[in-house]
Design a protein around this ligand. Structure first.
Ligand SMILES: [Zn+2]
Length: 236
């Protein structure tokens, strides 16, 4: 079972067959795919791993979102929980969500006044929330992998989730555009007579749920693609 072999064992990335003893220029004895395609050297780095600086980060984001399968196939599997790129993505996404939250929560006077301290608290809460959800996801994909006899090591889980964290940013950016205009609609039930008593705070809670749902969707989609392409990933 691939899930039980060491994380240094060379596996066929296509079917999970243990390739130890196979000629590197031959085919996998199980599925026939060239052994060469499973060598760790084929994983030469996703765009965000190869390119540095702000521009590299932006190019990494575009590639991760537009070509997630291709990027996952090139992803280098590295050790380390909460790598700096992941933290950076979470901070950027949390900033976007804080902006969306501020815009989606007009006061009774119809203005958007929230104090700096309030917004800082909300920003910190979003950072903590995204970090916890990412950590939970790394545990979840490992469990998911074990059930399917895939080799999802902690390094694979963190590498895939770091790449997928670009989905937090994209989801948060979409939320910033769509949630504030929708917030009054989501809160419309509050305007009905007696609605406040039946479902107090229904409107803001719906807006907040949508605000969280969109980044989760972006992240989960990229995790799904990434984990499928890295289920038998070989590491350098
Ligand atoms: Zn194979």
């Amino acid at each position: 079972m691939a899930s039980q072999v060491s994380d240094r064992e060379l596996l066929c990335e296509s079917c999970g067959y243990v390739l130890a003893g196979s000629a590197s220029d031959g085919p996998c004895a199980e599925c026939g795919v060239s052994v060469r395609q499973s060598l760790a050297s084929c994983r030469d780095g996703a765009t965000w791993q190869r390119e540095k600086g702000v521009l590299g980060h932006v190019r990494g984001l575009i590639a991760a979102v537009l070509r997630p399968g291709y990027e996952s196939r090139r992803l280098i599997i590295r050790d380390g929980a909460m790598p700096s790129r992941l933290v950076a993505n979470i901070v950027i996404a949390a900033a976007l969500l804080t902006g969306a939250f501020a815009l989606a929560q007009p006061t009774t006077a119809g203005t958007f006044s929230r104090s700096g301290a309030e917004l800082a608290g909300i920003f910190a809460s979003f950072i903590a929330l995204l970090m916890v959800m990412t950590w939970i996801e790394t545990r979840g994909v490992r469990l998911f992998g074990r059930q399917r006899a895939w080799r999802i090591t902690p390094a694979v889980a963190w590498s895939v989730c770091t790449q997928a964290s670009f989905g937090w940013i994209v989801g948060a950016a979409v939320a910033m555009v769509v949630v504030p205009p929708l917030a009054p609609l989501l809160g419309v039930v509050q305007d009905l007579p007696g609605a406040d008593v039946l479902v107090p705070g229904r409107g803001p809670r719906n807006a907040l749920a949508l605000l969280i749902l969109l980044p989760v969707l972006g992240f989960e989609l990229l995790v799904y693609v990434g984990i499928r392409r890295c289920r038998f990933a070989n590491r350098p």
